[in-house]
Design a protein around this ligand. Structure first.
Ligand code: ZN
Length: 65
C-alpha cells in the first residue's frame, strides 16, 4: 500500500506551525538587530520588506471626497 506524500495537518496544527514560524522570524529579527534587506534572511523585517517590493508601492488614493 502506498502512503500519501503530502501530510495533512488539521487547521489548528497549521496555525500552530505558522505562529511558530512568525515567532521564529521575530526572534531572528531581535537577534540580528537593525540591518539592511539581506538575501535569504527570514527575519520578519526582511520578509515584510520583500513583500512590499513584490507588491509595489501603494500610490492609489483610497478615499473619495
Ligand atoms: Zn533580516
Amino acid at each position: 500500500m502506498k502512503h500519501p506524500v503530502k501530510k495533512k495537518y488539521s487547521i489548528t496544527a497549521q496555525r500552530r506551525i505558522i505562529l511558530k514560524m512568525i515567532n521564529a522570524s521575530f526572534i531572528q529579527a531581535q537577534k540580528l538587530g537593525a540591518h539592511p534587506l539581506t538575501k535569504g534572511c527570514n527575519c520578519i523585517v526582511c520578509v515584510n520588506k520583500r513583500k512590499r517590493i513584490i507588491k509595489g508601492p501603494t500610490t492609489d488614493w483610497k478615499f473619495k471626497l
